[in-house]
Design a protein around this ligand. Sequence first.
Ligand SMILES: [Cu+2]
Length: 369
Amino acid sequence: MVPDEPQLLSQLASRRSFIAKAGMLSLAIPGVGGALVACADKPGPEGGDDSQRGQSRAADNMHGQNADSRLDTALPRDARSSGTGAAAAVAFHRYSPELPPLPAGGRLRLNWRARETNIRISESTTVAAWTFEDELPGPIVHCRVGDTVEFTLTNDVDVPHSMDFHAAQIDPKIAFRSVTKGQSVTYTFRPRFAGAFMYHCGSAPVLMHIGAGMHGAIIVQPREGLPAAREYVLVQQEFYLKDEAGGVRSFDFQKMLVGLPDFVTFNGRPNQYVDAPLRAKVGERVRFWVVNAGPTHACNFHVVGEQFDTMYLGAPPGTPIRGVQTFAVAPGGGMCFELLCDVAGEFPIVNHGFGHGQKGGIGFLVVEP
Ligand SMILES: [Cu+2]
């Protein structure tokens, strides 16, 4: 049963603290040993000022900016911890869900690095991730149908890596090939369809590379545009982790094969949008671009107390369907959901497969009068 709105409001504080506690409880589940060692040689001491960082990100978000997503990585890189063996403290940072602006001139030059990066996903958990651009999920890419995307991946680490954009139509044997340490692969594509598309490392075993963090979203707008909206990007992923060693939990390939995740998250941190919700105002349209990176389970996307007035089965703005409550986004898939904020309140955004909502696949949309 979905609680009614007054109930929801009155229960919000206790619900948030319950969710936070439930998240903590799942940490007590012991990990099973895995066959693959995922860079467990990078101890990362705990530390960092979570609240300050969260606040400054939240302030960015209020202005609709997304400083984390790089439209053009010729811009200066930030100095985020990059797991090069230095025993640097890893601070928590909220992953900004705002859709970054479109590139000028219809051309995007992305020059990305494959790395191993310790990422704090909650107050108590730091993971030894395999990353694009030191982030999990990787940066949000935003372009239009027919834009030119020039992509280069350079591998900084010993494990071979690659890049598979689901928005590209290209010979995968050439473009999506693995590169070894110090090597680069470059290719160019022009997205043919609008939508929310996954990108990921496709090196073997793909399950391990996606599961350890090498995934993200490329959002392709139709050339004719869509109705004005506040636009958010949510990438769902599962975390299968070993027990903590040296302050860090590495990824567990055997647990990935079994398929019982420790966490299921939106944008790589359990419950991060419970603590720092998405925001909108009454009268606004909110568009969620939802990508399910998996690697294995569906994202049963639902907003409690709302209904999607429009959801696009295929490339927006074609194939709209109306009045949708929940829709499953397949692993490796992406979909576009819209709702009209005609009621103020705090609306839980959930994976309604609640075994997974309970493991961190939950947040809030706060609609202000
Ligand atoms: Cu990889």
